[in-house]
Design a binder for this molecule. Sequence first.
Ligand code: AMP
Length: 479
Amino acid sequence: MEQLDLVRENLIFEEDKQEEACGVFGIYSNDSEFEAAALTYLGLYALQHRGQESAGIVVSDGQHFLVHKNMGLVSNVFNRDIIDGLKGRMAIGHVRYSTTGSSFLANAQPLMARCSKGTLAVAHNGNLVNAEELRKKLEDSGSVFQSTTDTEVIINLIARHSQETLCNAFLKAAEDLQGSYSLVLMSKDTLIGLRDPFGVRPLCLGKLADAYVISSESCVFSSMGGHFIRDINPGEMIVIDKDGIKSYYLTEKRTQATCVFEYIYFARPDSNIDGLNVHLSRKAMGRELAKQFNREADVVIAVPDTGRSAAMGFAEASGIPYDIGLIKNPYMGRTFIQPHQKMRDIGVRIKLNPVEGVLKDKRVVIIDDSIVRGTTSGKIIHLLREAGAKEVHMCISAPPITYPCYYGIDTSVRKELIASAHKVEDIRTFIEADSLTYLTLEGLYRAVQPNKDLCVACFNGDFPIPIPKENHKYSLEEE
Ligand code: AMP
């Protein structure tokens, strides 16, 4: 427990979280008047939850590229003048939270490069597990890298196949890639989307009037006034050019293993992934969790925002009324508040404030989607008690996270995952809850039915894509 207390003391509320994967977007029209940049801006705005570190758009008018990217939120990186200046009928865009490569502008995407195929722009969501090995091979054969991202490795691999058409060069390059990748790529006149053979990260296809759209998530289409066509299948490459749209497959061997954390936490509730709505899947997780909870309580509340859908399902199945017990300030960016103990508590309150009238003298069930290092839960439970809660029962709509992610989620190294080395009862003591219930893996599978082709490696260590030995840096033993 001493070790746990040390973790609690040394981490601050804002800086200690795992963060999301990235978001990618692409749009293609044959109409030379089409304002691809403005629509990409809207698309990225709807994907902002997938990455807040940097944002970028590359447009093409069929001949020339223009690019704008910077660190920060979509609404800070772009303004009306910048968007108006990005003239083009096709575009790709990216919002990034760093999964590989540290945070500096050279790593902001889309990345652009001139090669035998002309200029290419690429945006990537995911993480290659063999990027280091590929980078080394490419450097040994003369490639020079400007960034530290996997994406530049991909561009260099494409460039090596100079005799091939762009599509074939991309397919050939993808044969060398191991790991997760949902990619959009643009040449001056072609838009390509590719989802890795395991389909780890989502990628889907939609339409807006005559324009085709490729996006990480389906919530984008309706928010732009367009419509969803279908998910891009694992291992499928979609090519859009003046002749229309074509589909190719990377390999016959496809074993779908879509990241279950997309359903649990990452994706927006109004998105559908592989045919399943995210909000409804979270509600089902909450219903399953309620079946495991065998206590009496007066009110069910959620940790906003991601715990909300599961809390509704929990309330529905348990008969315990749902209420709003915590209010989140929707205008928060990162707090500038620094980690003195007192200030830290203020930091929590600025972001989340309890509704005393709902909590006072109540036996409260609080639902969150996950516990990573355990610092958030402890702080929230403290807030609830200060607001007068008589009992606080923490219920988590996912199993304990015991393994790090190698496929694009910036999960902590393994020893920082509280559940990797501590039993549920120890975690309960650490967060000072009256009880702690995690959803079982079986319950999770029931909740995401009929999808069962999922990566659940963060819960059971069963990694569908082999991790090269030199990457085993996350294991407890080797650190
Ligand atoms: P922790 O304090 O490290 O236990 O973080 C748990 C909190 O982080 C929960 O409220 C989750 O909703 C949230 N969370 C889970 N995964 C992520 C992620 N990848 N990025 C940011 N927050 C996350």
